[in-house]
Ligand binder design. Sequence first.
Ligand SMILES: N[C@@H](CCC(=O)N[C@@H](CS)C(=O)NCC(=O)O)C(=O)O
Length: 225
Amino acid sequence: MKLHWSPRSPFVRKVMIVLHETGQLDEVTLVRSVVAAHLPPNPAVLADNPLGKIPTLLTGDGRALFDSRVICEHLDLRAGGALLPASGPARDAQLRWQALADGLTEILLTWRTEMLRPGGPWPSLTGGWAVKVRAAMACLEAEADTLGRTPFGLGQIAVVCALGQLDFRWADAEWRGHFPRLAALAADWAARPSVAATAVVNDADEGPEPAAGQLRFDAPPAQRP
Ligand SMILES: N[C@@H](CCC(=O)N[C@@H](CS)C(=O)NCC(=O)O)C(=O)O
């Protein structure tokens, strides 16, 4: 298999954690693929995924799979399906956590891109995102005990990656001080080899972080205009 990969991508990280957890890392060749929503699409990625996004996985039999949810489920099933129950409320719970955490990650990624816009971001967008990020974090905090009691699966993996994105691009928001149960859970998860081995890292000097100071958990978000 071949994976369009980047050490900076929280969505690629989901796939990497699944590869570690399921013992399939040796079966995948990682291809460093540079993509960004505000840059022209990468032709090599576009050839395998019309959306030009990573992760994109080329399977051994020549199929291109995307997005991270499809890839994670494919890899998990291939290894026996330990990370996602086959049916019932336990499956719904994992998929719901995945949807929540992926949605949070998506906002954080899009928000940072919006900060690069000449003339600055559109306040109506960033105001709404601030409300949603806080609500998503509050929801995860309220469910931290359940998340911790439930066998580690695709839902928790997506949450690990969303929190990792906060640490990577939004460290100054200091989320741990505001969501202590989630912080304790994240510390437990950080001890898992799959999580420790896949921390998001920057392999390029990008200059000052454009989103610095934009997200705060210690004050109510500004009202929408
Ligand atoms: N829903 C997708 C999101 C993937 C995504 O947004 N990946 C980013 C990198 S972290 C990307 O490819 N951005 C390039 C673009 O939007 O053109 C998934 O779960 O895989």
